[in-house]
Design a binder for this molecule. Structure first.
Ligand SMILES: O=C(O)CCC(=O)C(=O)O
Length: 264
């Protein structure tokens, strides 16, 4: 695994997003097998978006690491947990969930601009997702992030892909209209190779273009939390949902499905 330098930790703290070239290069073959296995037998949480214009689907699924060895091995043995702890400046790294996102060639659906934090049943200042592509990602379809947005002190209203609010009666502020306001912000975006990683905080505002290329865009986000993680009760079903979990608002975030992986 590549080392995490102090400069990278500073940049992650400042911007809420950094590129880590080659961080999971050694895991790409296993992860590609895991995604194939996952798509052949999705979980009950699978969500596949099929655009109305008839272009190719956008497959998503969550929380498969316990049943699919390629994911499990990456979570437990790739060095991700130690890297997460270092980036979060946390003594511990606890695994939250895996999220697979496959945009088939020509899929016309952009990933809307959003923060991840408001969708979750966990909160805390220390968080990191590792987004790893398994196919080359050219600049025109690369993810985009607003540098520093994790420190705006805002949780924008979580919405479904169709623009409806995720939580009943949620009147919180909506994500800025990035179609007209993008030039007000400092945008970070990188073309990537399989196994490169973007590390970003749960509150960093981000989105992604449609897949206008002739190739697949397979990717997985591995999501981690740190020392200050606690449960938060939402007024509705979170994404991902954890329907079998009874939680107490404010209780420390722990449980068999959320193992502390670092320190071992
Ligand atoms: O892969 C994408 O299109 C978006 C990824 C994303 O939003 C995430 O991992 O939080």
């Amino acid at each position: 695994m590549v080392g995490i330098s102090d400069d990278l930790v500073d940049a992650f703290d400042r911007d809420g997003v950094v590129l880590i070239p080659g961080m999971l290069a050694a895991a790409v073959t296993d992860l590609a097998g895991a995604v194939a296995e996952n798509m052949a037998a999705p979980s009950r949480f699978e969500r596949t978006y099929r655009p109305a214009d008839g272009t190719a689907p956008f497959f998503q699924d969550f929380c498969n690491w316990q049943r699919i060895p390629g994911y499990r091995n990456a979570v437990l043995n790739s060095g991700m947990a130690e890297a997460a702890a270092k980036l979060m400046r946390s003594n511990t790294a606890r695994f939250f969930h895996d999220h697979v996102l496959v945009k088939e060639p020509g899929n016309s659906m952009p990933t809307p601009w959003h923060q991840d934090q408001p969708y979750y049943l966990v909160d805390g200042a220390k968080s990191v997702s590792f987004w790893v592509p398994l196919d080359p990602v050219p600049a025109e379809i690369a993810l985009e992030y607003v540098a520093g947005s994790h420190k705006w002190g805002k949780d924008f209203r979580p919405e479904r892909f169709d623009g409806t609010s995720l939580y009943a009666g949620d009147e919180s502020e909506r994500v800025p209209d990035m179609a007209t306001r993008k030039n007000e912000f400092e945008i970070r975006s990188w073309p990537m190779q399989p196994g490169d990683v973007i590390a970003f905080a749960f509150r960093t505002l981000h989105g992604a273009p449609a897949n206008t290329t002739a190739n697949r865009r397979r990717a997985i986000s591995f999501r981690w939390v740190g020392d200050d993680a606690h449960f938060v009760k939402r007024n509705g079903r979170t994404s991902p949902p954890f329907p079998d979990l009874e939680i107490q608002d404010g209780a420390p975030f722990e449980g068999a499905e959320f193992p502390q992986v670092w320190p071992k």
